[in-house]
Design a protein around this ligand. Structure first.
Ligand SMILES: Nc1ncnc2c1ncn2[C@@H]1O[C@H](COP(=O)(O)OP(=O)(O)OP(=O)(O)O)[C@@H](O)[C@H]1O
Ligand SMILES: [Mg+2]
Length: 314
C-alpha cells in the first residue's frame, strides 16, 4: 500500500471551556450566561484544519479517557480517523472566563494526564504501524508530564526511518532536540526561532540567514511565521516572503496551526514552495476572521490565496 495523507500526533491535547461571565470578580458569586467547549491541542487543531483538504487525515496521540466525548464528536463531524490512545484520567481542561463588559479573559488551567512509560511505548508502536500508511506526520505542541524532553527527537527518528515525512512545530528543549534529528519541515514563529538559535534576529536578513542555516543542516523546509508581518519560507535554493492581505481580525487563536496546515495541504497535493506560501498564509488569515480554529469556506480561502503577496528574497 502506498503511504498517503497526513497523521497528526497530539501528545498534550486540551479542552478549552469558555465561560461568558459579564462582570466576573474573583471571590464573588459569578453567573455564566453562555458556555462552550472546544477540543484542542495543536495537533488536534491541525487535523481539524486539514479535514476537507487532505484525505485521509488521522489523529494520533493521547486523550484522557474520562472526558473524551468532545474529541470523538469533532472527529466524527470532520471525518478524522481516530487513532488516539486513551489513557487514565482527564485530558487537561483550560477554563477561559470571558468578561465582555470588562473586556478581559481570566485563564484557569487544570493539570492534565500523566503519561506512563507503558503508554509511551505503546504510542510508539502505534506510530510505527501508521508510518507505512500515512505520508506526512505532524508533531506539534507541548509535552505532557511523564514524557522525556527528547520525545519528539525519538519520534522524528522513528517515523523517518519508516519512510514517513515529518513536520515539527514545538518550542523549548523538545523543539531543539527534535530539530537536531533533521525533520522534513519546521514551523517556528520568530520567537521560537530565536529561542532555538539562542540569539536575537532583529532584521529580516537575520531571519533569512538563520532559516538557510537550518536548511543547510538538513531540514527540508523552514517556515518562520512572524505574526502580522507575514512569513518566510525557505528550502534548498529558494526563499520566499509571504505577506498576508489585510483582514478584519476576530481571533488570533490557532493562526500558526492554520499556517502549518495550509503548507501541509500544499505539500500533500504536490504543490511547490510558492503554493505553500499562498495556501499557508490564506489558511492563517482565514482563521483570523473566525472565532476559534475554523477556516472560511473553500472559495473564500482560494480568494485569499490569490491576494497573498509572494516575493522571492535573497
Ligand atoms: N494580526 C495579524 N494580521 C495578519 N496576519 C496575521 C496576524 N497574525 C498572524 N497572521 C498570519 O498568521 C501566520 C501565523 O501567525 P503567528 O506567527 O502568530 O503564528 P504562531 O505564533 O505560531 O501562532 P500559534 O499561537 O497559533 O502557534 C502569520 O505568518 C501571518 O500570515
Ligand atoms: Mg505556533
Amino acid at each position: 500500500m502506498q503511504a498517503e495523507g497526513v497523521a497528526t500526533v497530539t501528545l498534550n491535547a486540551a479542552l478549552d471551556h469558555s465561560l461568558e461571565c459579564p462582570g466576573f470578580r474573583a471571590g464573588a458569586v459569578n453567573r455564566v450566561i453562555s458556555h462552550w467547549v472546544d477540543p484542542g491541542g495543536k495537533g488536534i487543531n491541525v487535523a481539524a484544519f486539514l479535514a476537507g483538504w487532505v484525505r485521509p487525515v488521522t489523529a494520533a496521540g493521547f486523550l484522557g479517557r474520562d472526558n473524551v466525548q468532545p474529541f470523538e464528536a469533532l472527529f466524527r463531524a470532520k471525518g478524522i480517523e481516530d487513532r488516539c490512545r486513551r489513557v487514565a484520567g482527564e485530558t487537561r481542561v483550560n477554563l477561559k472566563v470571558l468578561d465582555p463588559a470588562g473586556n478581559q479573559v481570566t485563564d484557569i488551567n487544570l493539570p492534565g494526564v500523566k503519561v506512563g512509560e507503558e503508554d509511551w511505548a505503546t504510542l510508539k508502536q502505534d506510530l510505527e504501524s501508521l508510518a507505512g500508511t500515512r505520508r506526512w506526520f505532524v508533531l506539534s505542541g507541548s509535552l505532557p508530564a511523564g514524557l522525556p524532553e527528547d520525545a519528539y527527537a525519538e519520534l522524528v527518528c522513528l517515523l523517518r526511518r519508516k519512510g514517513g515525512l515529518v513536520a515539527l512545530d514545538a518550542s523549548g528543549p523538545s523543539m531543539r532536540l527534535g530539530v537536531a534529528e533533521g525533520p522534513d519541515l519546521i514551523k517556528p514563529n520568530i520567537h521560537e526561532l530565536e529561542e532555538l538559535l539562542g540569539r536575537k534576529l532583529p532584521k529580516r536578513e537575520d531571519v533569512l540567514a538563520a532559516a538557510r542555516g537550518l536548511v543547510a543542516q538538513g531540514i527540508g523546509r523552514v517556515v518562520v511565521s512572524m505574526g502580522a508581518d507575514g512569513a518566510l519560507l525557505v528550502e534548498r535554493g529558494r526563499a520566499l516572503f509571504a505577506k498576508p492581505p489585510p483582514v478584519e481580525v476576530v481571533s488570533t487563536v490557532g493562526a500558526g496551526d492554520a499556517m502549518l496546515s495550509g503548507v501541509l495541504a500544499s505539500l500533500a497535493g504536490g504543490g511547490d514552495l510558492e503554493e505553500c506560501a499562498r495556501r499557508g498564509t490564506a489558511f492563517a488569515v482565514g482563521t483570523l476572521t473566525r472565532h476559534g480554529p475554523v477556516l472560511p469556506p473553500r472559495a473564500e480561502v482560494e480568494t485569499l490565496m490569490a491576494r497573498v503577496k509572494v516575493e522571492e528574497v535573497g
